[in-house]
Design a protein around this ligand. Structure first.
Ligand code: ZN
Length: 231
């Protein structure tokens, strides 16, 4: 049974790798992102760069890559007060979560994505959530995803699968996965076009891509790169 997928695609390393995974696995693939007043429009711009580069450099995937959707979710900015949407210094909170955490954000995104998928005739949601990740977001856990898959399937009366290719791998393995899926060309595309840095910096080009090099997201990406290259 060929399946049709909707990839939650932010323009970062993880969701770009997930998109490549979807393009090798599913017959038709569409993408969606959510605009909720991110501090850095650079994230939303990066995703268009990635989509353009994928279409240009991977003709075997271009035919499967369908529409891109951008959903405005300004209400999320209204109910959150975090370092991603306002000029607040990045720090760890007493809960052990970074203050970039927006409570329930992925639950909302998955619900909106499922509603869009329903309308578009897509039956798989692909998302780059990961339990191995340092930040431990509770709405990225495997159990949360399984619960959402059941809730969405029941609530929409249609089987909806949530595919999480990165759930149990670390950042080094995510680089490895990109190479396995698309060779050195895909690794180069991820380095050059994806955006991860929390501070929105794209000034300096490191081996692993652009970024400030010191925020938690850059540190994680750089360490993963070095571990992958060393392995
Ligand atoms: Zn950074």
């Amino acid at each position: 049974m060929p399946r049709h997928a909707l990839v939650l695609f932010s323009g970062g390393q993880d969701s770009t790798t997930c998109l490549a995974h979807a393009l090798t696995r599913y017959e038709r693939v569409e993408t969606v992102a959510f605009d909720y007043g991110q501090r850095h429009r650079i994230e939303l711009d990066a995703r268009l760069q990635v989509l353009g580069a994928l279409r240009a450099q991977f003709p075997q995937w271009a035919g499967r890559l369908g529409e891109d959707h951008l959903l405005a979710v300004p209400v999320l900015g209204e109910i959150s007060d975090t370092a991603l949407t306002r000029d607040v210094a990045l720090q760890m909170q007493e809960s052990g979560l970074p203050n970039t955490f927006v409570p329930g954000r992925n639950l909302l995104f998955l619900t909106l994505a499922a509603a869009l998928a329903y309308r578009r005739g897509l039956d798989v949601l692909v998302t780059g959530v990961c339990e191995t990740d340092f930040s431990g977001y509770p709405d990225c856990r495997d159990d949360t995803m399984k619960a959402m898959q059941i809730a969405l399937s029941l609530g929409m009366d249609r089987r909806i699968l949530i595919d999480t290719p990165l759930m149990w791998i670390d950042k080094a393995a995510t680089w490895q996965l990109a190479e396995s899926l698309g060779g050195p060309a895909l690794v180069e595309l991820v380095v050059e076009h994806t955006h991860t840095c929390y501070l929105g910096e794209r000034g300096m080009r490191h081996d692993w891509g652009y970024g400030c090099g010191s925020c938690p997201a850059c540190v994680l990406r750089a360490r993963g790169w070095m571990n992958w290259r060393a392995g």
